[in-house]
Write a protein that binds this ligand. Sequence first.
Ligand SMILES: [Ca+2]
Length: 99
Amino acid sequence: MADEIRQILNNSEKLHEVAKAAFEQIDVDESGELDREELGHAINEFAKELGLPAIDDDTVNEVFVGLDTDQSGKLSLAEFKVFIVKTLELLAQVAEANQ
Ligand SMILES: [Ca+2]
């Protein structure tokens, strides 16, 4: 599991594919950008899958502001990709710790 995640992280083409697929899934209104609500929904779905408690609005807000580097109030694919990289790194670490 950790090796597979590291492989994605080390392959920019593959990483782009993964980020784009996730982005399109989260962008339910197909606007080409993610708003706060869409990100919050995605984070909570993800937390639920991992068996984690719900993520509160303040935390979602913090994550969103941190990712929205041009402060447009929306996340582009490039901005969202930073989130995917961080998430994959975290998952790799968790997988490694469980090996
Ligand atoms: Ca933005």
